[in-house]
Design a protein around this ligand. Structure first.
Ligand code: SAM
Length: 352
């Protein structure tokens, strides 16, 4: 599938649930978001059907995410069925790692290729402050188990925040010296925390023929979050001041990260700078939400309902058309600098 800007779309992120067992401060309010009723979640077979249709259109990479995807009991079944679809060559999962120690082997056996594990701090007290649930030890055990069973390469997603964990960037880098983990620092994204200032809508999308999702109520203080932003450039400086110049590194399955290695290290450090440098030019993704809406862009609220057509007997051909419709309306880039706000869903409701 080619979008109007010549980008080839071959990557689908599939969010399996909006529920999460963590409450990361930048992602979810302490009390959680109101959860979507169970019957609005797609079933395993509905996800599999949509991925099969997407694969027929050229999707080769699928990432299962959420919410916390390991909360779904039918995850091994979903993995097994998606792994068996012709054309899917890369099947991965993003998890907070809390249930990974107990579930890694069954996921590997079901056909999952690899995992990304979110971990923002290596200090137990800070873990409690940032994730507000779970424990650092459990996540570290999950990471060890993922390495042991071969869900590799294991990537660690770290959202860097000034005043909370940015000073640990060198500690994360040190970890890669002896362990084959691939730490990727992700810039904090303004999703839903600036709702209080949001204009009524994102104008450029109004002509896009996609439904605009809107909702009320903010979850975090946007001024505080804006102060927390730390650029990839600053993190690089902090790491290099301790370890010297980083060398460029290649990682298969690299995605949008710029990847480097401390000379001689087993793992790598990478930077996903979706705010400070524009990654949109190379964006190859679509996102399917847990309740069956297809989005062409993380940072725009436009989305198309596939669940209703799916449940009212639409043919594969008709659903294929809906995929193509969304691809035709993929925005050229995000418009955050121009004041666009992402307000409709939080990250856990879109699928991070
Ligand atoms: N529960 C799984 C996990 O923790 O990895 C998957 C869902 S979570 C929403 C996916 C990723 O989104 C995590 O790495 C999380 O840190 C990241 N994330 C959530 N909100 C974010 C934000 N505002 N800016 C940047 N990354 C964010």
């Amino acid at each position: 599938m080619l979008d109007p800007f010549g980008r080839s779309i071959d990557y689908l992120r599939v969010s399996l649930t909006d529920r999460c067992n963590f409450r990361c401060v930048y992602c979810m309010p302490e009390e959680g978001f109101p959860a979507t009723p169970k019957d609005e979640h797609l079933s395993a077979d509905e996800f599999v059907r949509l991925v099969r249709i997407a694969a027929g259109l050229g999707i080769t990479k699928v990432r299962l995410t959420g919410g916390e995807p390991l909360l779904r009991n039918d995850l091994p079944e979903i993995v097994q069925k998606i792994a068996a679809i012709d054309g899917i060559s890369d099947l991965s999962c993003t998890t907070n790692g809390f249930l990974l120690e107990q579930r890694a082997q069954e996921l590997k056996d079901a056909g999952l290729h690899r995992v990304n594990i979110s971990l923002d701090t290596l200090r137990a007290d800070r873990f409690t402050e940032i994730a507000r649930r779970g424990s650092l030890d459990t996540v570290l055990s999950g990471i060890e188990t993922a390495l042991k069973v071969g869900l590799t390469p294991v990537k660690i997603n770290c959202v860097a925040m000034e005043g909370r964990n940015a000073d640990e960037s060198a500690d994360f880098a040190r970890w890669t010296l002896h362990s084959p983990v691939h730490v990727r620092f992700i810039e904090l994204m303004p999703i839903r925390w600036n709702l209080d200032e949001a204009p009524a809508m994102n104008e450029h999308l109004e002509s896009g023929l996609l439904t605009l999702r809107r909702s009320n109520g903010s979850m975090l203080n946007s001024a505080e979050m804006r102060r927390s932003f730390v650029s990839s450039e600053r993190l690089t400086q902090m790491i290099e001041s301790e370890f010297g110049p980083l060398e460029p590194a290649e990682l298969p399955t690299n995605g949008p990260a710029r990847t480097f290695r401390i000379p001689g290290a087993k793992g790598t450090v990478g930077f996903i700078s979706q705010i400070s440098s524009d990654l949109c030019e190379r964006c190859n993704r679509l996102r399917l939400t847990h309740d069956g809406f297809l989005r062409p862009c993380l940072m725009s609220d436009g989305e198309l309902n596939l669940r209703d057509p799916l449940r009212s007997g639409s043919s594969d051909d008709a659903i294929r058309e809906l995929f193509l419709h969304v691809v035709r309306h993929k925005p050229e880039r995000h418009y955050l600098a121009e004041g666009q706000k992402v307000v409709g869903r939080g990250m856990s409701q879109i699928g991070g």
